[in-house]
Design a protein around this ligand. Structure first.
Ligand SMILES: [Cu+2]
Length: 161
């Protein structure tokens, strides 16, 4: 219920979609907005290439969790509405642990799935979920600026076979 399913969704940003959303109750609007945030096409291997919108507000990620099929390429578009910097780091627990416990510069986008997002800015990073780790529940996303992970800036990414 809290996870954005990574399927291609038709009608991204169309008037039809927007109008339809306005007619349903508020709780359903939020759910549709999450589902509608994923737009699909094909990647080089013929798997899905999705674009997913992520919002950071009050040091909280929305949506709070993701599920993608193995092999899916995902372009995360991260919008930071806060007056402080954040970062969006995709990886397994080893990656998250390393970055959490290592002094590191800002993420300039040269590493897939790792990007710093300045205050009020929107940045994107693309990651292909080729390998499922030994434990699929290992995958996640997080912000590792001092204190942010502990505050709760992290969430799971479930990769299905
Ligand atoms: Cu942060």
């Amino acid at each position: 219920m809290t996870s954005a399913r990574g399927h291609g969704v038709g009608g991204c940003g169309t008037d039809r979609g927007r109008r339809r959303r306005r007619l349903v109750p508020l709780a359903a609007v939020a759910l549709l907005a999450v589902a509608g945030a994923a737009c699909g096409r094909a990647n080089a291997e013929g798997r899905s290439h999705l674009t997913v919108e992520v919002t950071i507000h009050h040091s909280t990620f929305a949506p709070p969790a993701f599920t993608f099929d193995k092999g899916t390429t995902v372009t995360f578009v991260i919008r930071n509405t806060d007056p402080i910097e954040h970062e969006f780091i995709v990886g397994d627990q080893a990656v998250q642990y390393y970055i959490e416990h290592t002094e590191h510069p800002t993420h300039d986008g040269s590493v897939p799935g790792q990007i710093s997002v300045p205050p009020g800015a929107t940045r994107e990073t693309t990651y292909t979920f080729t390998d499922v780790t030994q434990r699929p529940s290992d995958m996640g996303f997080a912000c590792h600026l001092p204190g942010h992970f502990k505050y709760g800036m992290h969430g799971p990414i479930t990769v299905t076979a």
